[in-house]
Design a protein. Structure first.
Lengths: 302, 360
């Protein structure tokens, strides 16, 4: 009887222990139907973009084959071109897929790099404080006081970035939000008892930051990641639309819009589809972001 | 209160300093020489180029150029006896006769941005301040119209959304808010232009009024059709922002005791919701003023370009393309000042309308 009791208790404890915050959050996310739909749509679009060479090969179309004959501005659902053709007779679907590669890459990469910088700087400044903290804070306040798009347009006009350097420019402007978030959280964690005891038993600063602070701020930042990717993709689209982002012939959804506005009366689908794709992807990312926030909310009830 | 405002003003000095430093650094790092850009003569002789570069001061080290841009050069080399020739100089930074030909360089005539002198536009050949002032009214008109529209739509939607929580209106408005957040505003602008201007022919295709010889527009109520689309597109994101914010804060207020007391007194739901709850729910809106100003600046660039609206945003964009640096830097600094003041105002406003906050 007593042994059974003990076993039961141990089982219950194991069950409790195995459910970390992350497990709980993932379980909640799994049940969140709207977020799951958004994740599936986003995955499908991303996979389609990555598999662009394969898909266009299957459909026997090429993003760069121009056609000087009558097949310019073909409408949607034409015989050989499901999404029609553009002003140079290039297949629109193929271009959308290849453009998706660039747009998604810029979005994911910039947001990821900004997260990396934000988490590192945020923990270091929040943990050590002092003059580094003041300096970083001054830079953050300064960058936040300049309307981002204004600065971005100036930088892009002056330095004319390509897809890769555009990522760096966007990161330069977006690392501040995560840094502030992580810094604030680190400040509040720093003075807790378990950090003090870790110091007392002689743990190094690096170990404390890595083992005791990083896991605690991580869920906070992962929640903002999805939303940040969406914001970055909108920024890239605006810039490319203005002709200051990635330059043709490299296509992105933003610069496809920039070209297509000249043909809006002749071929509205050239304008509608890239914008629709941006909207769908950003919408999915925002929905996933909201879903993650709810899932990781420690006060949520199951 | 005055102490608080003073402290906040002093805190924004290093920020302003950082902004000027960053924007000058960008200009300094820019590839290509200003001499070529200014005189558009690719085959000037080497010595002429060197003389022009010296006169423009672009050979000087960074800190001297920055100082000159910030504070002007009229105190670096000046004419004390009024004969038009410089005879005194602040020798530590700039010698009187810089190129050593025995003739003193002309006296400085720039007052620097701290005294409101942003230099002259390379392209328009007129002071940056004049360019800015000439285009500001159009941007203000659009920005204020958009902010008012978003308040008028966003606040009631947010309150009703909170009151009908979980029901059809709430769900629809929340979905709409996320969608309007995700739509690229320039794309929305073009789609609306296509539908309402090209297809249905209800509104003009762009611009601020019928073009005329004087370049002056009649008062706004005589040209509302020009204002409708850009205002709506600029307001779309703000409506989403306001409705979400107001919804959250109304929900918070509705769960408080005094609301239950009001119901217990037998007051009707509309009176409780709009008289008692909304007043307190509106308070957080004050904190949004700063972010909104940033938002409107950023939106103005894109939307003024889409709708050919002759405002500061479009000038910022065209100047950036033409590499008209004085104008670009002027606008960066004006826009940042606007943002700093916006954040300051929202803090002050919040303290003023919420008696629970004490500044000690």
């Amino acid at each position: 009887m007593q042994a059974d009791d003990l076993k039961l208790r141990l089982d219950a404890e194991a069950a409790l222990r195995s459910k970390s915050l992350t497990d709980l959050a993932l379980a909640r996310l799994w049940r969140d139907r709207l977020s799951m739909i958004a994740i599936v749509i986003l995955l499908l679009l991303t996979l389609a973009s990555i598999a662009a060479p394969l898909l266009t090969g299957l459909l026997d179309v090429d993003p760069n084959t121009t056609d000087a004959s009558a097949s310019k501005y073909l409408p949607l659902f034409s015989d050989d071109h499901i999404f029609g053709t553009d002003n140079l007779g290039r297949d629109h679907l193929a271009r959308l897929l290849y453009a998706g590669q660039v747009s998604l890459f810029i979005g994911f990469m910039s947001a990821f790099l900004a997260l990396l910088i934000g988490v590192t700087l945020g923990i270091v400044t929040g943990y050590f404080g002092g003059i580094i903290d003041d300096l970083v804070n001054w830079i953050i306040t300064t960058l936040n006081s300049i309307p981002g798009l204004v600065l971005l347009i100036v930088i892009s006009a002056v330095f004319k970035p390509d897809a890769n350097s555009l990522i760096l420019v966007i990161v330069f402007l977006t690392w501040t939000a995560t840094t502030r978030l992580v810094r604030g959280e680190t400040l509040s964690i720093r003075s807790r008892e378990y950090i003090v005891s870790a110091r007392a038993i002689g743990a190094s600063h690096f170990r404390i930051m890595r083992v005791h602070i990083l896991p605690n701020v991580f869920s906070l930042t992962i929640v903002t990641l999805a939303r940040n990717i969406g914001i970055v993709m909108l920024i890239e689209a605006s810039l490319s639309f203005l002709g200051l982002g990635v330059q043709p012939p490299t296509a992105t959804w933003g610069n496809m819009l920039s070209k297509s506005r000249e043909f809006i009366t002749k071929a509205p689908h050239l304008m509608i589809l890239p914008g629709l794709l941006i909207t769908i992807v950003v919408l999915c990312l925002y929905i996933i972001g909201d879903g993650l926030r709810d899932a990781f909310d420690p006060t949520a009830q199951d | 209160m005055i102490k608080y405002i003073t402290r906040r003003l002093i805190q924004s000095i290093p920020t302003f300093f950082g902004i000027t430093l960053l924007s000058y650094l960008l200009l300094w790092l820019a590839p290509g020489s200003i001499v070529e850009r200014l005189y558009l003569a690719p085959n000037i002789k080497a010595e002429t180029r060197a003389r022009l570069a010296m006169q423009l001061g672009i050979d000087d080290p960074f800190h001297i150029q920055y100082l000159r841009w910030l504070t002007g050069d009229d105190w670096l080399r000046w004419d004390s006896d009024g004969d038009g020739v410089a005879d005194r100089a602040f020798e530590l930074l700039t010698p009187l006769d810089e190129d050593g030909d025995g003739v003193p360089e002309p006296p400085g005539d720039n007052y620097g941005i701290l005294r409101g002198d942003f230099g002259r536009s390379f392209v328009k050949k007129q002071p940056v301040m004049d360019v800015f002032v000439a285009n500001l009214p159009a941007t203000l008109e659009l920005g204020i119209a958009a902010i008012l529209t978003s308040l008028v739509i966003g606040i009631p939607v947010g309150v009703v959304s909170a009151v009908t929580r979980g029901r059809l209106f709430d769900n629809t408005s929340r979905v709409m808010a996320v969608i309007f957040d995700a739509i690229p505003n320039f794309w929305l602008g073009y789609i609306l232009l296509f539908v309402f201007a090209v297809w249905l022919d209800l509104v003009p295709i762009g611009g601020r009024c019928v073009p005329n010889l004087y370049g002056i527009c009649p008062p706004f109520f005589e040209r509302m059709s020009y204002l409708i689309l850009p205002t709506f597109v600029l307001a779309a994101g703000l409506i989403a922002l306001f409705s979400r914010y107001i919804r959250t804060s109304t929900l918070e207020v509705l769960s408080q005791d005094y609301i239950r007391t009001a119901y217990a007194k037998g007051l009707s739901p509309p009176i409780v919701n709009f008289r008692h709850a909304m007043r307190n729910a509106l308070m957080p809106v004050a904190t949004l003023l700063g972010p909104i100003i940033t938002n409107v600046w950023a939106g103005a660039i894109v939307i003024e370009t889409v709708f050919a609206w002759p405002g500061v945003g479009r000038i910022a964009f065209t100047s950036a393309i033409q590499q008209d640096y004085p104008v670009v830097m002027g606008i960066v600094i004006f826009a940042s000042l606007g943002t700093i003041i916006g954040f300051l105002l929202s803090d002050v406003l919040y303290v003023l309308i919420d008696p629970r906050i004490r500044l000690d």
